[in-house]
Design a protein around this ligand. Structure first.
Ligand code: SAH
Length: 229
């Protein structure tokens, strides 16, 4: 039966990689620690979320290398260090309840966040990627992730405001509706800059009557695009 075959194939995939990859997973965590990631709870989560399930089986043996990998449609799953650093920044002021992610992609970043905050809302503009991410969330039973097919420039106002917003594609300018969906004290983490120029990881905190901005490092993300595809 087709259903049975599918279950066997995916169980085989999980088991196979589980045995062979424990060492590569540990190596990934060690590398993140070497690069300065300190949040223990985050490191725990990164050691357990199965990154190999978020890429195609053909490249799953590379899943624990510290590199971005193709996920189709010209997009990439972010490098583990970028996921770790952005998540660490998101958590640095203490516990976070509601998070909006713009750019679901493979779903990996949302999966990591879902283990560290109360609830994750994530939006993606490419239907095909979102469908795959949704089936991963179902298969892995991440129940506190809510998804939406839309242009994330508009945020997700009906579920806002958010304690944190993470943008995983690089806009030239931060969309205003996203800033408006932050709580007071809420923070946005966003790589800002032109695709062919330098992008900097920017942390924007909403204060009572304005925003404070800090820039952290040069990064390289796929472009933030408008409209749906
Ligand atoms: N967080 C993802 C990274 C994927 S790459 C992961 O962990 O795999 C960034 C994603 O942002 C791409 O899938 C791209 O389609 C999406 N994206 C770019 N501009 C967007 C927009 N305006 N709204 C929603 N998603 C967008």
């Amino acid at each position: 039966m087709a259903g049975t075959n599918y279950v066997i194939a995916s169980a085989h995939q999980i088991a196979g990689i589980g045995f062979t990859s424990q060492r590569t997973r540990t190596r990934m965590i060690r590398r993140l620690i070497d690069r300065g990631i300190e949040n223990e709870a985050l490191l725990q989560v990164l050691a357990t979320v199965p990154r190999h399930m978020f890429v195609d089986e053909a490249i799953s043996t590379r899943a624990y290398e510290d590199v971005a990998l193709p996920i189709g449609e010209g997009q990439t799953i972010s490098q583990p260090y970028a996921v770790a650093r952005m998540t660490e920044i998101l958590l640095e002021e203490g516990p976070v309840q509601r998070v909006l992610e713009v750019g679901t992609g493979s779903g990996y970043q949302a999966a990591v966040l879902s283990q560290l905050v109360d609830v994750v809302f994530t939006v993606e503009r490419i239907r095909n990627l979102l469908d795959k991410a949704r089936s991963r969330f179902r298969a892995l039973q991440y129940r506190n992730i809510h998804t939406r097919y839309s242009d994330g420039s508009w945020g997700w106002a009906s579920h806002g405001p958010f304690d944190a917003i993470m943008v995983t594609a690089a806009p030239a300018k931060v969309p205003m509706p996203l800033l408006e969906q932050l709580t007071i004290g809420g923070r946005m983490i966003v790589p800002v800059g032109a695709q062919d120029g330098a992008q900097s990881l920017t942390i924007i905190t909403r204060t009572r009557d304005s925003f404070s901005v800090r820039e952290e490092s040069d990064v390289k993300f796929v472009p933030f695009l408008s409209g749906k595809s």
